[in-house]
Design a protein around this ligand. Structure first.
Ligand SMILES: NC(=O)c1ccc[n+]([C@@H]2O[C@H](COP(=O)([O-])OP(=O)(O)OC[C@H]3O[C@@H](n4cnc5c(N)ncnc54)[C@H](O)[C@@H]3O)[C@@H](O)[C@H]2O)c1
Length: 351
């Protein structure tokens, strides 16, 4: 079962809960807008379903309302920032604003952001940069529970470590590649579990390291009290990407890496290394514009394979989803809606 809610109503509902948990009006609105945008973009795993988790994290003091980024090092085109466990929706925006300003000034900027609470859909940050004409690359690690198994391993050793690349293409929609290095995002397993669905083989191993199609193995503790794990995409290559995200997003930023036993805390800490480039400053602007546009057109002209409508580039599915969901509303499953109601009650709301 599910209900369909218009984006504006959903934003209002989420903002009121975040405010009741101690956030300023502005922060609550920013968090709500960001989460609903993830739903609109087709990524329910990173949308309003995260609210109960955020509220638990606030109550456990793993997430600090009304925090701001602190600049640790400023070398002009190199910024090291501490997110101070603030809402990632706010910390991410502040970090990106600083980086974008520097990249426009100097032609490039590297931003090492540590210790932010969950940064949500990483594509959101690339979209901020791309809308200003910049190329953006993001490498992110996730400290919450080691839910992804290394290639040839039998249990979870790191998070879903997303990687994102945004490239503006003149005269066309931007290329926006944004993916978890796990075969699927953990949040999608939560959604599948809430909806009582099985997932295809090759996504998961159970608590004994055996292949399974039950998404519950990474959502609720299993018979022996342990969890199963997600597998990486692309076998050993995706595994390599995941480790790169851990080393760049976790170690290089100062945010920290996985090498400890998981605890039961609900906070999700992201470290993110961002590389920003202003294509106008490389001296290749003209050929970049022409070549990028010609290439995207060329790729899309490939004849549709059987069963497909045609070729898309990364970013197209999210843009399509936004048009449909802005018009028709966002579908929220009953379990998620009930959990959001539970979060509201935890912060003293009467419904
Ligand atoms: N903050 C965190 O800790 C965290 C952790 C993991 C994932 N995430 C986020 O979760 C979200 C979902 O990740 P995912 O791996 O499930 O994404 P996904 O598998 O749905 O999509 C990945 C990418 O593939 C592109 N794509 C999808 N279908 C396509 C097609 N047919 N043709 C061309 N391109 C196509 C999309 O535009 C997107 O860029 C991402 O936004 C990611 O940033 C965040």
């Amino acid at each position: 079962m599910s209900k369909t809610i218009q984006a504006a109503d959903l934003r209002q509902r989420v903002a009121s809960i975040i405010r009741a948990a101690g956030s300023s009006e502005a922060e609550a609105n920013t968090v709500a807008a960001n989460l609903v945008m993830a739903n609109l973009s087709g990524h329910d795993s990173h949308g309003v379903g995260m609210v109960p988790r955020y509220i638990d994290a606030v109550l456990e003091k793993g997430l600090t309302p009304n925090a701001s980024v602190r600049t640790v090092v400023d070398l002009g085109t190199l910024l090291t920032l501490d997110g101070q466990r603030g809402y990632g929706q706010v910390i991410g925006e502040q970090a990106m604003r600083l980086g974008i300003e520097r990249a426009k000034q100097h032609g490039n900027c590297i931003v090492a952001l540590g210790n932010s609470h969950h940064l949500g859909r990483i594509g959101h940050w690339a979209e901020m940069a791309v809308s200003q004409g910049l190329v953006a690359m993001h490498f992110v690690n996730v400290l919450s529970r080691p839910v992804v198994a290394p290639w040839a391993g039998g249990d979870g050793r790191f998070g879903t470590n997303p990687c994102c690349i945004g490239i503006p293409v003149q005269g066309r929609e931007p290329f926006l590649l944004d993916f978890a290095t796990s075969r699927v995002a953990q949040g999608k397993m939560r959604v599948a579990h809430n909806e009582g669905k099985e997932v295809p083989t090759g996504y998961l191993i159970d608590e004994f390291g055996r292949p399974t199609t039950n998404p519950g193995v990474v959502v609720v503790p299993q018979s022996n009290g342990l969890f199963g794990a997600l597998m990486t995409f692309g076998e050993h290559k995706g595994y390599g990407m995941a480790v790169a995200c851990e080393l760049l997003g976790g170690a290089l930023t100062g945010s920290g890496t996985w090498h400890r036993a998981p605890d039961a805390k609900r906070a999700v800490i992201n470290g993110m290394l961002t590389v920003l480039i202003d294509p106008k400053r490389l001296g290749t602007q003209e050929s970049f514009s022409q070549e990028a546009q010609a290439f995207v057109d060329w790729v899309k002209q490939s004849p549709a394979a059987p069963g497909f409508e045609g070729v898309m580039v990364a970013g197209d599915p999210e843009r399509k989803a936004r048009v449909a969901r802005e018009r028709d509303g966002v579908v929220v499953d009953d379990t998620t809606w009930a959990e959001i109601g539970g979060a509201a009650r935890k912060v003293g709301m009467k419904e």
